[in-house]
Design a protein around this ligand. Structure first.
Ligand code: UDP
Length: 478
């Protein structure tokens, strides 16, 4: 990496208040700071408190002298759960309460460029246009899902939407440019469905689509992806959006740039949950590629019955498993017990380990991991791609339905279990990925992992795009 003078540009990075959004945008913040841009990372107070408690962020300004943190309140009462069906409320609340605060920061702190979470698209556009600060949107989702969101109004025009009901779910969607005949109705983002999943946060499709179209207004858009991974969608996006920077996989990019920087820097974990690192010693004691890692991210909730189907499927497969079961993972049902069943905890001891939260990137890189049963959040998906780990997908909501289709049909690095949760299906899929079709999936996953690493190494597409992004930020910051 070429050494750069400290820049006069001052970038404000403004992520949505959720684990996956903060994670990828904090990685970008560190990368920009490594290029000596002045970076202010604007968090809600609630997220900042959790990052301070569970991640190593207090040490970051010492390691990245041009990086600092600033906070705004999310406008919700302290006792608000901010999880389950309420997990999107901080987003909505910040959109309402955060506007004047954002405006004040842009002006008072002499910000020269705002990198805003695209989920705050309208609010960010209004504020930056009002005060005359150039802006860039950052999308934390896959570019394929972004493109699907963007195309949704045209699906209504061509009568491919709405979805009429369960019997309509396998109909093929034919008209999304670049993705023709690749998605079924059930692979469209969950917001296109007539019904919601158990405990799924409420976000109207109109909101999603209009925020996506807001990305036509800023100077550029950044994706946490790489060109070889999502070329069909990206080549279409580039026709509509004049300036696109693909700089992912950001966690890997940050690692490789920090490793080559003159001042050696440890990685940070960016977690807003307490990591249980004891699982690493447990993994050390397991045979090579023998363990399936199971995690459904930071937001997925499920009923107790669904949880039990997963458990029976895992146990019946006789495969070793490491399973992240968050304390708030069982959705509140009508008068139902929300605690993790004791038979599940007790019965896991033979071949499995259940934990509350793990250092996921490290877990995926561990030699004992053979596959990842995932909800296909975009961070988890791309982390699995980098690690070369095949996936079994059980998407919950939002972009996850699209991402799991990429895994199974585009990249062929795993199986898609969407819309089914049955112990026999779980057992069979685990056996297919871990035993019967192991070599096939490992080979494809390995090829993708090589491409992912290549993209963030010197000369790779994401590496070059990051340098271009830094130059671009400096040029619009004049
Ligand atoms: N994660 C983690 N430990 C866990 C589970 C998840 O560090 O036990 C991280 C994971 O590495 C990823 C993020 O949490 O970076 C989850 O983001 P993703 O986009 O996959 O899903 P979301 O939580 O937004 O649904």
């Amino acid at each position: 990496m070429k050494p750069r003078q400290t820049s006069s540009a001052h970038v404000l990075i403004f992520p949505g208040p959720l684990q996956g959004h903060v994670n990828s945008m904090l990685n970008l913040a560190q990368l920009l700071a490594l290029h000596n841009l002045h970076v202010t990372f604007l968090n809600t107070q609630h997220i900042h408190n959790r990052l301070t408690r569970f991640a190593d962020i207090e040490s970051l300004p010492a390691r990245y002298p041009t990086l600092r943190f600033k906070t705004i309140p999310d406008g919700l009462p302290e006792g608000h759960s901010r999880s389950g069906e309420g997990s999107m409320e901080p987003f909505h609340s910040v959109k309402v309460h955060g506007k004047p605060l954002l405006r004040e920061i842009l002006v008072k702190e002499r910000v020269t460029c705002l990198v805003a979470d695209g989920f705050f698209g309208k609010m960010a556009n209004e504020m930056t246009e009002e005060v005359g600060v150039p802006s860039i949107h950052f999308r934390t989702i896959s570019s394929s899902c972004f493109w699907t969101y963007f195309w949704t109004p045209y699906l209504f025009e061509s009568n491919e939407l709405p979805i009429t009901g369960e019997e309509d779910m396998d109909r093929i969607i034919t008209t999304i440019p670049g993705m023709e005949n690749r998605l079924r109705c059930r692979d469209l983002p969950s917001f296109c469905r007539p019904t919601r999943a158990y405990g799924e946060p409420i976000i109207p499709l109109d909101t999603i689509v209009s925020e996506t179209h807001q990305t036509l207004r800023p100077r550029a858009v950044i994706f946490n992806t790489f060109d070889d991974l999502e070329d069909p969608a990206l080549s279409q996006i580039r026709r509509r959006f004049p300036t696109v920077f693909t700089v992912g996989p950001l966690h890997q990019h940050r690692e490789s740039r920090a490793a080559t920087a003159t001042n050696t820097m440890r990685s940070s974990n960016n977690s807003i949950w307490e990591e249980d690192t004891s699982c690493m010693a447990w993994l050390d004691s397991q045979p090579l590629r023998s363990v399936i890692y199971v995690s459904f991210g930071s937001l997925t909730t499920m009923s107790r019955d669904t949880l039990m189907e997963f458990w029976y499927g895992l146990v019946n497969s006789k495969t070793r498993f490491l399973w992240v079961v968050r304390s708030d993972m069982i959705a509140a049902g009508e008068g139902k017990d929300e605690s993790v069943p004791t038979e599940l905890v007790e019965g896991t001891k033979e071949r499995g380990l259940m934990v509350g939260w793990v250092p996921q990137v490290e877990v995926l890189a561990h030699k004992s991991i053979g596959a990842f049963m995932t909800h296909c959040g975009w961070n988890s998906t791309i982390e699995s791609v980098v690690a070369g780990v095949p996936m079994i997908c059980w998407p919950y909501f939002a972009d996850q339905q699209v991402n799991s289709r990429l895994v199974s049909e585009y990249w062929k690095v795993g199986l898609d279990m969407k819309d089914v949760c049955d112990r026999n299906v779980v057992e069979n899929m685990v056996n297919d990925v871990m035993i019967n079709r192991k070599e096939e999936f490992l080979q494809s996953a390995d090829k993708l992992a090589v491409l992912a690493r290549k993209s963030v190494n010197e000369g790779g597409s994401s590496y070059t795009n990051l340098d271009r992004l830094v130059d671009f930020i400096e040029s619009i910051s004049q």
